[in-house]
Ligand binder design. Structure first.
Ligand code: CA
Ligand code: CA
Length: 157
């Protein structure tokens, strides 16, 4: 543990904030509206489970839910896909996904995400040059943990 800690300390000299340590992944829950059906005592009702690298711990996005996550930097529209959505499936769940540069104006993809291990999205497909907010809206209640089981978001550039 000593070496990784030293590495973090060294890279933080000259200006650092906590989000830089994990800036390939969503760092903050900006807002969360749980599905009306969601058992708030269940582990899968915790939206923090979608932060950081994929770890098999998921938040269930059922019908009527909306979760907005924020990255601590702008994800640029680079070559090919720019954003990876990691879901634990398959149980047939779907979710609508939208992206935003400022957290106010969101552009939603025309097709819902279908569950599976990973889905890669291209910001160019919705006409954005960068984004730092991602919003998912559950589209159904499929599966044991009702709805789309979001594990993590990852920036690919
Ligand atoms: Ca792209
Ligand atoms: Ca997770």
């Amino acid at each position: 543990m000593i070496r990784p800690l030293l590495f973090v300390l060294v890279t933080c000299i000259g200006g650092c904030f906590a989000g830089e340590v994990q800036d390939r992944h969503a760092s903050v829950v900006d807002s969360f509206v749980p599905a009306p059906s969601l058992d708030l005592e269940a582990p899968f009702s915790d939206p923090d489970r979608a932060l950081g690298p994929a770890d098999g711990r998921t938040v269930a996005l059922g019908l009527g839910s909306a979760l907005t996550l924020r990255f601590f930097r702008d994800i640029p529209d680079g070559r090919g896909p720019d954003l990876r959505v990691v879901e634990l499936g398959p149980d047939g769940a779907r979710a609508w996904v939208a992206v935003s540069a400022d957290g106010v104006g969101f552009v939603e993809y025309a097709e819902p995400l279908v569950d599976g291990d990973e889905t890669d999205l291209d910001l160019a497909d919705v006409g954005l040059t960068e984004a730092s907010f991602v919003r998912l809206r559950g589209a159904d209640e499929a599966g044991i943990d009702p709805g789309f089981d979001l594990d993590a978001l990852e920036a690919l550039h």
